[in-house]
Design a protein around this ligand. Sequence first.
Ligand code: ZN
Length: 218
Amino acid sequence: MKVPSFRYSRMLDLSRPITPCDHRFVHYRTSVVEVDEPPSDRWYITTSLEMGGHAGTHVEAPLHAIENGTGIIDLNLERFFGEAIVLDLSEEAQGKALSPEQLQRAAAPGGGVRPGDITFFRFDWDKRGGELPYPSTDALRWLVEQGIKLLGIDTPGLDIPGDRSLPNHHLLFTNGIPLIESLDHLDQLQRPRVYVFAQPLPAAETDAIPLRVLAFEG
Ligand SMILES: [Zn+2]
């Protein structure tokens, strides 16, 4: 019987640490629950976690912006591993919607976007500050038409500033594409194509949940 082999030279963690925080959406608190009959002479604790689904690096399911949409527990797990193309958009203008041509140029070093790709946008926004960069809805439509299965960004939002109809979220989610927000360390990747493995916990009744995102370079 042939066993699948997996070789790589470098692994990078693209997730942000989740640390105690009181923010309404991304809060995170832990406490130790009293145990009725603790074992004697042994250290033994049970921690309770309380957190926002959008804490740290997290994935959003269609339910985030579509009533009765797919929630986290029903996402297709095959969307969360495979080849990813990293679009380096760190030099592109801030505070202005990215055009389809800008995405296409950024995809060229990775051989273009292919059907079934995971796609990551690298903005390095947390290092540069200023206004949040974002794609125009036309640019995102072009990307969706290439047949991507998952989008990840290193910013906390994808939509057009001030447009409360959330056209970009809608476009992704009506096409069944989950969105990972607040990735980290994309600037440390050395190749435009990497193998990605990430999985959300099978949590019921939530639109979003933190996840660990690993990138492997061959
Ligand atoms: Zn979010």
